[in-house]
Design a protein around this ligand. Structure first.
Ligand code: RP5
Length: 160
């Protein structure tokens, strides 16, 4: 069985339409991952269990997304030495500014790599996780370089 190198966690099933953009990038780059719902507020025991055991399960990078009072990425980061890439999910009431500020404003000493609000941030979280893994994986480095080249090729110079 392939070990999942990236663990994607999100505060609610309702975050999946956003967070699956991270999963899609990992699929494209052939990075094995798993995705789970782990709520800092509704499932606190699951949060502790996940955060403390992810490294022992072979996880190398965690992607954590949440919306509103988005404590999930910071709390995960408080309980693991693994890098945590965070996605502020766009909330209905405050458009994700609440998510962004509650994720980004970490106290000194506990680091979280916060991405942009919403789907672009989720896709970039997938890229960031792959780039971290690629520092010790030449084949993945090659796939990343190819992925970027294809993206560049798809941008037409002429305005239609
Ligand atoms: C957060 O509350 C979740 O991350 C989600 O973005 C938000 C709303 O959750 P639901 O009420 O849709 O389950 O914990």
């Amino acid at each position: 069985m392939t070990t999942a190198l990236v663990h994607i966690v999100m505060g609610s099933q309702s975050d999946w339409p956003t967070m699956k953009k991270a999963a899609e990038i990992l699929d494209q780059l052939q990075v094995p991952y798993i995705a789970k719902v782990v709520s800092a507020h509704r499932t606190p025991d699951r949060l502790v269990d996940f955060s403390k055991n992810a490294a022992d399960k072979g996880c190398k990078v965690i992607i954590a997304g949440a919306g509103g009072a988005a404590h999930l990425p910071g709390m995960v980061a408080a309980m693991t030495h693994l890098p945590v890439v965070a996605v502020p999910v766009q909330s209905r009431t405050l458009s994700g500014v609440d998510s962004l500020l509650s994720i980004a404003q970490m106290p000194k000493g506990v680091a979280v790599a916060t991405q942009a609000i919403g789907e672009a941030g989720a896709a970039n979280a997938g890229l960031m996780a792959a780039q971290i893994l690629a520092t010790s994986d030449k084949a993945l480095t090659g796939r990343l370089i190819d992925w970027r080249a294809r993206q560049t090729e798809q941008v037409p110079e002429d305005v239609e």
